[in-house]
Design a protein. Structure first.
Length: 371
């Protein structure tokens, strides 16, 4: 196909030469450079093929060399904007030569491009985020060059993120041929911060006595909505044991938050009465006797206040223990609970630790040396 194209170009050139006026030196070889024609203009990237031919001069010597900057049919350089030259060199059998040079121009008609790095198109940025404009412009290889790259804000300038909404950032690019390209990035500034919750009461780790009133105190705040946010709490549990108080909040943007505090409700246990003492002190009693473990909870709370009674050797580091055999009674006069602990004669000469775990989850201990 290329050979046929070459033949067509050469035949056309031969016809042009036959009709052309004689050169200043008619005995030299003749060169007909049809493409590019001298002074031609092309747009950047246009596909233009080289077309030329070489013919004998008036003396008829055959042409032995006919070389252009490109082979016939190859595409001219139209990628680089500006002035270009194309040369054809002909030499005949007698050594005579002719050089023909044409100039042509390549014009920039391709718009430059703009790339926006920040803000990212389609991105969500939190309210108050530190955001700086970042973009660049490019005219591509061989173009006329960027002469203007103008954004909504200058490169490196902090973008406003102090209000919610959808915003656009535009960059306009201009090259040396005054071609114009533009790029736009649409982004949002959103409220992504959940409300803040403060629990004043019941505070974390607070211990309350059974029957003591527990008044919840808490508040919720949001940087955008202020105090106009939901603020819902679980009921305060005043029963014995360890409990969790929780507060939930949500703002107008759907950001949710929760906070909790752990507190406990206890009996008012004020220590063992004689003959026992509270650790780390110890008493000495006779092995095999029934030992009255007396204590007060400041009121009659029923006979189910004792969850478990156990004993183990003194100063052990494990939780292994055996059930303490005995019975629990309450005497309203002195406001005393009494657990009658049955001991063993075989314990003589040893130390035992009595562990009494109340229904509120607390454990109270006493050391007894048996003789």
């Amino acid at each position: 196909m290329r050979t046929l194209l070459h033949l067509v170009l050469i035949v056309a050139l031969a016809a042009l030469v036959a009709a052309a006026p004689a050169t200043a030196e008619p005995e030299d070889p003749k060169v007909e450079l049809a493409s590019p024609a001298d002074g031609d203009g092309f747009y950047q990237g246009q596909q233009v093929q080289a077309a030329y031919g070489c013919f004998p001069g008036t003396l008829g010597w055959p042409v032995v060399t006919c070389a252009g900057d490109l082979p016939i049919g190859d595409y001219l350089d139209t990628n680089t904007v500006g002035m270009h030259t194309f040369r054809v060199h002909a030499v005949d059998y007698a050594g005579a030569e002719t050089i023909v040079t044409h100039t042509y121009s390549v014009f920039d008609v391709i718009p430059p491009t703009a790339t926006i790095t920040t803000p990212v198109a389609g991105a969500d940025y939190p309210l108050g985020a530190q955001l700086y404009a970042s973009y660049s412009c490019d005219d591509g290889p061989g173009g006329s060059g960027i002469i203007g790259c103008i954004g909504t804000y200058p490169n490196g300038y902090p973008l406003p993120t102090d209000r919610l909404g959808t915003f656009t950032f535009t960059v306009d690019a201009f090259d040396g041929a005054l071609n114009h390209g533009t790029t736009t990035a649409t982004y949002r500034v959103v409220d992504s911060t959940p409300p803040e919750i403060t629990i004043l009461a019941p505070a974390e780790g607070t211990q309350y006595l059974i029957g003591e009133p527990i008044i919840a105190s808490y508040f919720c705040h949001d940087n955008v909505d202020g105090s106009r946010v939901s603020c819902r709490a679980t009921p305060v549990d005043t029963t014995l044991g360890t409990h969790t108080f929780r507060v939930d909040s949500a703002d107008s943007s759907g950001n949710a938050a929760s906070a909790s505090s752990s507190y406990s409700v206890r009996y008012e246990f004020d220590g063992f009465y004689s003959p026992l003492v509270t650790e780390p002190a110890a008493v000495t009693l006779r092995a095999g006797d029934t030992v009255p473990a007396k204590f007060s909870l400041h009121g009659d709370h029923g006979l189910d206040v004792l969850a478990r009674a156990a004993w183990r050797p003194c100063f052990v580091s494990t939780n292994d223990s055996s059930t303490a055999v005995g019975s629990l009674t309450y005497n309203g006069g002195p406001d005393r609970y009494t657990f009658m602990w049955a001991t063993d004669r075989a314990w003589a000469g040893s130390c035992k630790e009595l562990l009494m775990t109340l229904r509120d989850g607390t454990t109270h201990r006493s050391h007894v040396n048996f003789r």
